[in-house]
Design a protein around this ligand. Structure first.
Ligand code: MLT
Length: 310
């Protein structure tokens, strides 16, 4: 069986594929045209979030049996198209959640304490102690939008900082809110009105894209601080820009942007916005977990065995 690894996964994952007798081509630099040209040779492909697995792709992937998503979100994969053709899609929903939650906390604290800005000034040999005053987390309210795997890990960690944690998630049971000691908000507006910090942890769907937009910022507390470590556009980027200009939003920590890779986002022009290039899952531990898990799932799927995350 021939597998194309089209985005970077850990060496351990690649070793696993090879040790199980698979023929593995690692080629993470293919242009779209090159990918479409070669994909007809492969039984499986492993991707992260950049490669678009869509109708155009499936038409050329005539031998494809399995798509391995090394990570959680499957928003770059046309699931219906896969089902129609009997192609199995597997992902690794548990493997990188701790890293994503920890990166969220990193962005939240870095943005509300101006840590990257302070470092950048010192890099220019400027010792600035008077223009970088931050805020504490203690006794502040954080509103978590999406109390799934990552949102609940974020909740637990922020409670340790003495924050009052509220969340909005219409798909989560009351028992789960109770389990995490999180106050349930019946609608987003309620959360927006109360939160000093807002962090989003939903998948990217038609329902969630732009769910925090102009109308939501209109009811937000003046000086709210936001974090998006989920998917670009869940917090509408234009609405965020306006809210920053109007000083409704005091700071933002962002790991994901619309149209990634997007190193020219206008959000980069704001001194109170810090942005990382989709690094939420980029830790040694998460990438080893993800690589090994996706490799095992792809092998099992190709052999017609049971796959937990298909
Ligand atoms: C995920 O969906 O798991 C993350 O965005 C990380 C990634 O794409 O690798």
């Amino acid at each position: 069986m021939k597998i194309l690894v089209a985005e970077t996964i850990s060496e351990k994952g690649i070793e696993k594929l090879m040790n199980e007798g698979m023929t593995v081509d690692v080629n993470t630099k293919l242009s779209r045209e090159e990918l479409l040209k070669v994909i007809g040779e492969y039984d499986a492909i492993i991707v992260r979030s950049v490669t678009k697995i869509n109708e155009e792709f499936y038409r050329r992937a005539t031998k494809l049996k399995v798509v391995g998503r090394a990570g959680n979100g499957v928003d770059n994969i046309d699931m219906e198209g896969a089902t129609k053709r009997g192609i199995i899609v597997v992902n690794t929903p548990e493997s990188n959640v701790v890293s994503a939650a920890e990166h969220t906390i990193g962005l939240l604290i870095s943005s509300c304490r101006n840590i990257p800005q302070a470092h950048a000034r010192l890099g220019k040999r400027v010792w600035d102690r008077s223009n970088l005053k931050g805020v504490e987390l203690l006794n502040k309210t954080v509103g978590i939008v999406g109390l799934g795997r990552i949102g609940s890990l974020v909740a637990t960690r922020l409670k340790a900082f003495g924050m009052n944690v509220v969340a909005y998630d219409p798909y989560i049971s009351d028992a789960r809110f109770k389990k995490y000691g999180v106050e349930k908000k019946e609608n987003l507006e309620e959360l927006m009105k109360e939160a000093d910090f807002i962090t989003v942890h939903t998948p990217k769907t038609e329902e969630t894209m732009g769910m925090i937009g102009k109308d939501q910022f209109r009811v937000a507390k003046k000086g709210v601080r936001v974090v998006n470590c989920a998917r670009g556009g869940i917090i509408d980027e234009q609405a965020l820009e306006e809210a920053l200009k109007e000083k409704i939003v005091a700071s933002a920590g962002i790991d994901v942007l619309v149209g990634e890779p997007n190193p020219t986002s206008p959000l980069l022009d704001f001194d109170n916005v810090i942005i990382t290039p989709h690094l939420g899952a980029d830790t040694v531990e998460a990438q080893d977990n993800v690589g090994i898990t996706v490799a095992q799932e792809v092998i099992s799927a190709l052999r017609g065995e049971m796959v937990p995350n298909a």
